[in-house]
Structure formats: C-alpha cells, structure tokens
Design a protein around this ligand. Structure first.
Ligand code: ACO
Length: 377
C-alpha cells in the first residue's frame, strides 16, 4: 500500500501568523511587517518584544513602561539558583541547565501576559547565572535600571558593556526573535494548544531548540572552523566529512533555498564589532574562506539541493566575537527566540484549537495473545 505521508510536515500549513514571514525562495524574512534587515539592527530588544506582542512599535512612554515591566521580573527564584549551582558543579550542558532552570519557574495561571514578561526576562537571567556558576563565580544580581541586553552582558561579564557590544547582541537577539513555524515554535504551540501553561511550552521549546538540526548547529559550526585551523586544510577536511555522509553545520535550511537573510544581518553586525576593535578578525576571514569552500563542495556533493549558509554560521562568529564559547550559543539563541515562542503561544491560545495530527498505522491487526511460557522466540 502506497503511503501518502509528509513526515517533515513541510507541505502542512498548521497556523496563521502575523509574527514573521519566511520567504525561502527569495531569501526574505519579514518580522511583524518589517524587513528583518530594517528592524533588527535598529530596535532595542524590548522594542522587538513589544512589536511582536502588540503588532506595533511602542512610543517612548509605552517603551519605558514595558522596559520597566520586563526589568521588574528579572530576578530568578533562589531555588532556581540552587538548581543551576548544582547543574554547574556537574558540568551540565548549558541547554540542559536552561531547560532545568525554566522548568523550575512557578506557573502563574491568571495572567498569561505577565507570565510571558517574566519568562522573557528570566530566560536571560538563567542563562547568565549559569554561565557565571559554570566559571566558578557567583551570579551577578540583576539591575532593573538597565536594559535587557545591557544587563544580560553585565550579568555574564560582571561589568557594564560598551554600546557596540550591546548593539551587536540586540541585533542578534532581534534577528532570531521569530522565524515562522520552526521546530521549537511548533513544539511550544503544540504544548500550549493543550491548554497547558507557558512555562511548560517554553521548556518544551528549549528541548526542541537544543538539537543540532535546529538551534544546536552554531557551536559545531565554529568548532569545525577551529578544527580546520588553516584555510588550505578546508577542502580536504570538508570533503572527508561529506564523503562520510556527514552534514556541514551552518549550511542548508528546510525553507531557505537561497542564502538565509539572517546570515547577512549577522555578518554585518560582526564586521561592525571588528571595526570597533573587538574579536579575532583572522578567525572571521578564515570562516568566510571556509564558507566559500563549503558552498562549492555542497554543490558538488549535493547538486541542485541549493544548500546555502544559514543563520547559525554567522551566529557562531558574532557570539564568539562577543566572548561567548561554543557551548553558550544555543542558550543565547533561546534568549532571543523566547520572544517569538511566547507570541506564537498567544496566537495559538486565540485559536482555541488542540493540535492533533493523524498518523497512518502500518502495524498488524488482530494478533492473538501468546502466554509467556509459550513464547519460544
Ligand atoms: N551538509 C551536507 N548535506 C546536507 C546538509 C548539510 N548541512 N543539509 C542538507 N544536506 C543534504 C541531505 O543529506 C540531503 O541529501 P540526500 O537527499 O542525498 O539524502 C539533502 O541535502 C536534502 O536535505 P534534507 O534533509 O531534505 O534537508 P532538510 O530540509 O530536512 O534539512 C537542515 C534542513 C536540517 C537544516 C539541514 O540542512 C541540516 O542538517 N543542516 C545542518 C544543520 C544546521 O545548520 N542546522 C541549523 C538550521 S537553521 C535553524 O534551525 C535555526
């Protein structure tokens, strides 16, 4: 019997959204009506979250009120810090620590928007606290007078960062804040559609984001560049990976069949950081050289598949330039994407519809029970 399955669901349209439009054939990304390259390098992170949640940019008064509301939620419970401390002592993977930290937050059932504001704020604090603890240092308490991005970098590094670093981080967080019905967003929508709660939905989304086919790619992408070390080694190294049937991290995308527009936004943000004297420009040049070899070999090994550079490759370079290590990249992705997850949860709740696809049974029917003593197989 021929099965008509769509196991990757790429032909299924499961939601209507005003949050983002991913035009894969044209390499265009619209976020809440704005071309991503227009809004991401300009908006503060709070403006971006407000935009996603309210479908318009805030005026100064609205922004100040929203920023204060988010900042008021930035502290995390003591029991969450204890949990993160114990995870750090065990050298837990930062994505696992983020999952644990988020799942330890209390569920506030009566006002989903207040819960959403607290989750956006506390996701950043959990990540920052864990990175400190893992380095053997105590977490830095939040400063509600500071903006989200400034305080995140301060809670990680212990000092108020310079504006260029803040701008680079905000550009990154905004760029990844929403992206259609990607795997983690879908996971969040499935969970909230059962009328579960936002803490559960975001915890589940973090689980989906962790995988190397989704948000887990930038660490391995940068590790690959480090392993190559010299540009002359790129071709034999990448060729042997492809010969073994391995995937090159940071390349290919389910929707984009041309270059991921987010890669360019992040490449420009990274170059601006270098222009200001930050980071290792040699690494950037190496990485762009490796990218060219990878694209040529992908076309050779997978002709016609249009495997192009995706957001993760330049995520790795930008976050490395900001001083983060490969293990930290995916949790920081979550610090940005949580804004979109929560906006999607709200849209999903408005539909009031349980998500429950079908599957086609391919097993047997009418088996007869065999007593344990008679199972001679
Ligand atoms: N390297 C080598 N080959 C690849 C790659 C890659 N990065 N990506 C896809 N291919 C190959 C597949 O093996 C497949 O080959 P085949 O038909 O000979 O078996 C062909 O190209 C088509 O691939 P699909 O699996 O159909 O592509 P899909 O849409 O399922 O995959 C994905 C998209 C998962 C992102 C894939 O390109 C990949 O694994 N990339 C590497 C991981 C990565 O960078 N992930 C981050 C994505 S961005 C994000 O989620 C934020």
């Amino acid at each position: 019997m021929a099965l008509d399955l769509d196991v990757g669901l790429e032909r299924v349209v499961a939601a209507a959204t005003r949050l983002s439009d991913v035009q894969g054939e044209h390499g265009r990304l619209t976020i809440a009506g704005f071309p991503a390259e227009e809004v991401a390098p300009r908006a503060t992170f709070e403006e971006m979250v407000y935009l996603l949640w309210n479908d318009h940019l805030p005026n100064s008064e609205q922004l100040a009120e929203f920023q204060a509301r988010l900042a008021g939620y930035r502290s995390i419970p003591e029991h969450t810090v204890t949990l993160l401390r114990s995870a750090a002592e065990r050298q837990t993977n930062p994505m696992d620590a983020l999952r644990m930290g988020l799942s330890s937050l209390d569920v506030v059932a009566d006002d989903p928007w207040e819960q959403a504001a607290s989750i956006v704020s506390q996701t950043a604090t959990i990540v920052a606290a864990f990175l400190r603890l893992r380095a053997g240092e105590d977490p830095v308490s939040p400063d509600p007078e500071l903006s989200h991005a400034v305080d995140f970098l301060r809670m990680v590094g212990g000092e108020v960062p310079d504006p260029a670093r803040v701008r680079a981080l905000e550009t990154y967080l905004n760029t990844v804040s929403d992206h259609g019905l990607n795997a983690s967003t879908f996971a969040a929508r499935v969970i909230v559609a059962t009328e579960s709660d936002l803490v559960s939905a975001i915890t589940g989304a973090v689980g989906a984001l962790k995988g190397p086919l989704h948000g887990g790619a930038p660490g391995p992408a940068l590790d690959m560049v480090f392993e190559i070390a010299e540009l002359e080694r790129a071709e034999p190294y990448l060729r042997s990976k492809l010969e073994r049937g391995e995937r090159l991290m940071g390349f290919g995308h389910r929707v984009y069949k041309v270059r991921d527009p987010r890669a360019d936004i992040l490449a420009q943000a990274t170059l601006r950081l270098y222009a200001g004297g930050a980071g290792d420009q040699h690494l950037y040049e190496m990485a762009t050289g490796v990218e060219q070899v990878a694209l040529r070999l992908l076309e050779e090994y997978k002709p016609g598949r249009n495997l192009q550079t995706n957001v993760e490759y330049y995520t790795a370079l930008l976050l490395h330039c900001l001083g983060f290590s490969s293990d930290d990249f995916t949790p920081i992705f979550a610090v940005g994407r949580v804004a979109g997850w929560l906006a999607h949860c709200q849209e999903q709740l408005e539909t009031g519809r349980l998500i429950r696809p079908s599957c086609q049974y391919i097993g047997e029917h009418d088996r007869a029970w065999v007593p344990r003593s008679d199972r001679g197989w």
